[in-house]
Design a protein around this ligand. Structure first.
Ligand SMILES: Nc1ncnc2c1ncn2[C@@H]1O[C@H](COP(=O)(O)OP(=O)(O)OP(=O)(O)O)[C@@H](O)[C@H]1O
Ligand SMILES: [Mg+2]
Length: 783
């Protein structure tokens, strides 16, 4: 066998233990048949080489376990090494030597014999001869193929050896050659060296090479990509430089022009020092960025925002209270109390140099003029007007902005609005502050608190702008439909001004003095003789709208004017047009609301209550029907919990006093009671329906009808006392709207009668009561 003869030739004594000088190698594993030049520098190693030359020219080369060890002891070298023949030696004057060795055979060290200054080792050969089976051939072919690929993609191995590999058909030789040339770690190579069977070695090589190939492929992909990117950015850079040069040549302003513009902007903005420093630093950064790159755009936008904010721009206040009063009256009819309060507030703010007053909050049903009163305040003061709607806002970032690290980040709505108005002292309306909500994205009301708190709003921090902005010059005014859902800490900072809603006559005046002239102008009819009669207006107010404010009224007027405008355009008519009550059906269709005719006999079981919702006051028709049954009480019509409880309390009261009410004994066991509050679309709650519910149930049980012209409100206790209620003004407006003539109210509410419009007091009788008995005495029809 060729292998055997090879071994005979290369090693004199294959089977016997052989003593050899040891040459430890730091970071190389030498395989048989490999010719390697070594630079031998260490004193001990030079001695070992000399000893080898002196005896038989062979030496055992074995790798160190660690590169760092300077004078390796037996434990520091691997047990398996290669016997090598010294082919050539070249001594260098500094004492070291260049040695050319050729690997001969694997050998295992069995003993170390310490000499004076080197080691001699006792060794036995490693390796088993193996028959070349078909399987071995297959593995050989795989190794050869993998190694071809390896050579192609690994730039660190010379490709010249490729043809040689293909020709090798001795497995040992193939394994050794591949091991010698593959770029592997010392530990990996040592592992290969130590495997005695060639088939195992080749199999291991298959593993290692496929893994290496995989890694190399990925590496190549990555470098390819990186190179592409580098080339691309170099290209853009180059193109930009070219462009700059061309523009310079043409005398146009390039990116540097943009830089200069921002620079000018920063100077003109008169920012506080901190903000200016920030802007300058950012501009500096921008100068170093590649123009048109995404970062540069972000940076540019940021500087623009800083430049555009009104850091120091403000309008001069018109402090004349007389003038302010005139303007408020010009814009709005009535609203005497709110106007008065606003004027007082302005006067105080004018006198007190410190502007730390509470925030005004205008509270009232929709369409009563809260937003427009805010606008009017701005006009009265000669300030700009900004407005944001907080309704449904649930994200803190809407107030305070997003950090610049987010794509498309912007400042919050407060600073956006200030930028839009361009002054730092506008009247700023925070609309619908009661509709603010909060969830996991943070609580906007806490951010708002910071906006409104005069202690801290001198340094309002927006996440995007990052530097503090002084909001203390802004006059904040809030609006809400109800104070109940305003965040308590916010409410604490506010002074509530109520706008309760209008009577029909007030609406009439608002319509003829404000809404109609405004809409005539808007429809280009200002100079036509168009008239809507008062009778028609009242009819619209009563039969086409049902509201506390005037928004729908305005809408209906709009509708009429639109149709008139069209008519004039198509008919070419130039003369005046008059819209009377009889024409309304033509313009607006059939009336939407049927006025509850107060005098109508509704039969037993129906009582009129009064409710107070966000939309203002409302009348509630409460109906009860009684049928034979088992004593069940059913409540329907979208009632809230509190309302249900007061219904149950009312039934309990009646049961407890069945004798006094002349009801059959134990009636409740034989009857089912069903209480219903129609028009279930608006949710109703609150305890003030206690009185009307009780009256309605009693009326049904005793079969006595309730007076149709009488409405009632009040909470009742189980002992029959009538407790006070809120919103009397709104409720009486609603009662009056519905043609009610008598209103039963809790005695404690008589003090609220002062704020009821005189016109209503003249039209309605208010009947104060303290107990249920007094109620009963007033509300039933005389039998
Ligand atoms: N007293 C008034 N005098 C003149 N115009 C009025 C008066 N009250 C309301 N208006 C007009 O009615 C319209 C609706 O008012 P506005 O939008 O201010 O209502 P709002 O109270 O803010 O309602 P919401 O709660 O729905 O926001 C506006 O055109 C406003 O000018
Ligand atoms: Mg509004």
């Amino acid at each position: 066998m060729p292998k055997k003869s090879t071994r005979k030739k290369s090693s004199k004594c294959a089977a016997d233990p052989v003593l050899l000088p040891l040459l430890p190698l730091r970071d190389i594993v030498i395989f048989p048949r490999m010719v390697v030049p070594l630079l031998v520098g260490r004193e001990r190693s030079v001695r070992a080489v000399e000893a080898a030359i002196f005896s038989d020219d062979t030496i055992l080369v074995a790798a160190q376990r660690s590169v760092e060890v300077e004078n390796p002891e037996p434990d520091d070298v691997y047990r398996v090494g290669t016997e090598a023949k010294i082919i050539q030696i070249l001594k260098i004057p500094d004492g070291s030597a260049k040695v050319l060795v050729e690997g001969v055979q694997r050998r295992r060290i069995t003993r170390f014999l310490a000499q004076k200054d080197y080691f001699r080792v006792k060794t036995v050969p490693v390796g088993e001869s193996q028959r070349v089976s078909a399987r071995l051939r297959a593995v050989m072919r795989t190794v050869a193929d993998l190694f071809q690929i390896y050579l192609q993609i690994n730039p660190r191995v010379p490709e010249e050896i490729a043809p040689t590999i293909a020709e090798i058909d001795d497995p040992e030789r193939l394994a050794d050659t591949v091991c010698a040339h593959a770029v592997l770690k010392v530990a990996q190579k040592q592992e290969l060296l130590e495997l005695p069977r060639v088939e195992d070695r080749l199999a291991r090589l298959v593993d290692m090479l496929s893994q290496e190939n995989e890694i190399l492929k990925i590496e190549r992909e990555i470098t390819g990509r990186v190179r592409d990117q580098v080339e691309k950015s170099q290209r853009t850079y180059y193109l930009h430089e070219r462009l700059k040069a061309i523009e310079d040549e043409l005398g146009r302003e390039g990116p540097s022009g943009e830089y200069a513009e921002l620079d000018k902007g920063i100077r003109a903005a008169k920012m506080p020092p901190e903000a200016e420093a920030k802007a300058r630093a950012e501009l500096e950064k921008l100068g170093r960025m590649q123009p048109m790159s995404p970062e540069a755009t972000v940076s540019h936008n940021y500087i623009e925002w800083l430049v555009d904010l009104p850091w120091s721009k403000e309008t001069a206040d018109k402090t004349d209270v007389k003038r302010a009063e005139r303007i408020l009256n010009e814009d709005h009819h009535g609203l005497d109390e709110p106007k008065e309060r606003v004027l007082e507030y302005l006067a105080v703010r004018r006198l007190a140099a410190s502007l730390t007053g509470p925030i005004l909050c205008l509270v009232g049903p929709p369409g009563v003029g809260k937003t427009s009163l805010g606008r009017s305040v701005a006009r009265a003061l000669g300030r700009k007007f900004a407005r944001i709607s907080l309704g449904g806002m649930r994200d803190e970032a809407e107030i305070r902005g997003h950090r610049r690290t987010y794509i498309g980040a912007l400042p919050g709505r407060i600073l956006q609005s200030l930028k839009r108005v361009g002054t730092r002292n506008p009247v700023f309306l925070l609309d619908e502050i009661d509709k603010l909500s909060s969830d996991f994205r943070g609580d906007p009301s806490s951010a708002l608190l910071e906006v409104l708190d005069p202690e801290v709003n001198t340094a309002f921090n927006d996440h995007y702008i990052e530097v503090d902005f002084d909001l203390s010059k802004v006059l904040f005014i809030a609006t809400a439909n109800t104070p109940h859902t305003i965040h308590p800490t916010l409410l604490d900072r506010m002074e509530i001004i109520r706008l309760p809603g209008y009577t029909d006559w007030e609406k009439l005046a608002i319509a003829s003095k404000f809404l109609i002239p405004k809409q005539l102008k808007a429809h280009g009819l200002a100079r036509r003789k168009v008239e809507i009669t008062n009778e028609a207006l009242l009819r619209i107010i009563r039969d086409y709208t049902r509201e506390a404010g005037v928004r729908n009224l305005e809408r209906e007027i709009n509708k009429i004017l639109r149709k008139l405008a069209k008519k004039i355009a198509t008919d070419g008519r130039r003369d005046g047009l008059k819209v009377g009550a009889a024409d309304l059906k033509r313009y607006l269709g059939t009336p939407r609301y049927r006025r509850e005719t107060a005098e109508k006999h509704a039969g037993p079981g129906v009582a009129t209550g009064l409710a107070w919702t966000e939309a203002g006051g409302e009348i509630l028709k409460i109906e009860t029907s009684v049928m034979p049954g088992k004593g069940e009480v059913t409540l329907t019509g979208h009632l809230g919990e509190i309302m249900k409880e007061s219904a149950r309390a009312a039934v309990s009261y009646i049961r407890a006093h069945e004798k006094a009410f002349a009801l059959p004994k134990g009636f409740h066991k034989a009857k089912d009671i069903h209480v219903h509050v129609p028009e279930g679309q608006t949710p109703k709650d609150g305890p003030s329906a206690g009185v009307p519910i009780m009256v309605s149930v009693l009326s049904a049980l005793s079969n006595r009808p309730v007076r149709g012209d009488t409405a009632m409100t009040g909470e009742i206790t189980l002992r029959g006392a009538v407790l006070p209620i809120g919103g009397l003004k709104e409720k009486s407006l609603a009662a009056h709207r519905s043609g009610i003539k008598r209103i039963v109210i809790p005695r404690e509410n008589t003090r609220d009668l002062d704020e009821i419009p005189p016109r209503i007091k003249r039209a309605c009788t208010f009947i104060p009561v303290e107990t249920v008995d007094e109620v009963i005495a007033e509300v039933f029809e005389a039998s």
